[in-house]
Design a protein around this ligand. Structure first.
Ligand SMILES: [Zn+2]
Length: 143
């Protein structure tokens, strides 16, 4: 698969296709037994083995976003939590997500430390990282 024909600035991961219905992913690789090389194959026209839906190309942007969600994001979250908790007696608590489309933020973190005068304070935003960054900004503002 080449990136020729890609519309706009999006570039696609060579040889990678995904089912929009179930999320199945196919990574197509062509092995050359004569020289031992391996190149990306072509998933255009391939069907999902689970439901027969067509496979869509995966953009580098989506691939990186998913990589961040599954690999780096937990470490970023824990690093911020550790910085908030380094003060003796400080507490960080996570509320459940707000699944309703009611205009309220999706996430909420409760932080309690000297920066909040040792009171529980709610920090609300659309992601856990944003909530933690708000709490950390409060902490930094008091340091
Ligand atoms: Zn599928």
């Amino acid at each position: 698969m080449t990136n020729q024909g890609a519309t706009g600035p999006q570039l696609y991961v060579p040889g990678r296709g995904r089912c929009a219905k179930c999320g199945f992913e196919l990574n197509s690789v062509i092995l050359n037994v004569i020289d031992g090389s391996a190149v990306a194959g072509n998933t255009i026209g391939e069907k999902c083995p689970n439901d027969g839906a067509p496979l869509w190309r995966v953009s580098y942007e989506d691939a990186y976003r998913e990589l961040f969600e599954h690999s780096e994001k937990p470490f970023v979250i824990m690093a911020i939590v550790d910085r908030l908790r380094e003060e003796e007696g400080a507490t960080v608590a996570f509320c459940c997500d707000n699944p309703d489309f009611n205009g309220l933020p999706n996430c909420c973190v409760i932080y309690n430390g000297s920066a909040t005068d040792w009171q529980d304070e709610h920090f609300r935003a659309d992601s856990l990282i944003e909530c933690l960054e708000l709490a950390e900004a409060r902490k930094r503002g008091r340091e």
